[in-house]
Design a protein around this ligand. Structure first.
Ligand code: FES
Length: 97
């Protein structure tokens, strides 16, 4: 999926929808990625409420906005889909369902 020109991205992270699936486009230490909003705990929805971390509406677990690492359980991460940059455009390796 084409996510657009890298030079025209809004500030990160920002929401991206692919079919019915929702993500946040984020940039971590290893580059861009789509972080799934489906919480790895019990499937709640991870939301961006403008704080320094994402927060799940299920049980309040929080996740950093760069790597999707859980603040509450360091071994837990948001599911990430790789994003590549080719000739200045971002491409996510995900298909609409
Ligand atoms: S479902 Fe997200 S914290 Fe429990």
């Amino acid at each position: 999926m084409d996510l657009g020109e890298e030079s025209s991205l809004p500030s990160l992270p920002f929401p991206v929808e692919v079919g019915d699936a929702k993500f946040f486009l984020a940039k971590g230490s290893d580059g861009y990625k789509l972080l799934s909003v489906i919480c790895p705990h019990q499937g709640g929805e991870v939301q961006d409420e403008g704080e320094e971390v994402f927060t799940c509406d299920g049980h309040g677990w929080q996740f950093d906005k760069y790597e999707g690492v859980c603040v509450n359980q360091a071994r837990v991460r948001m599911k990430a889909v790789p994003v590549t940059v080719t000739e200045g455009r971002l491409w996510a390796l995900v298909r609409p369902e």
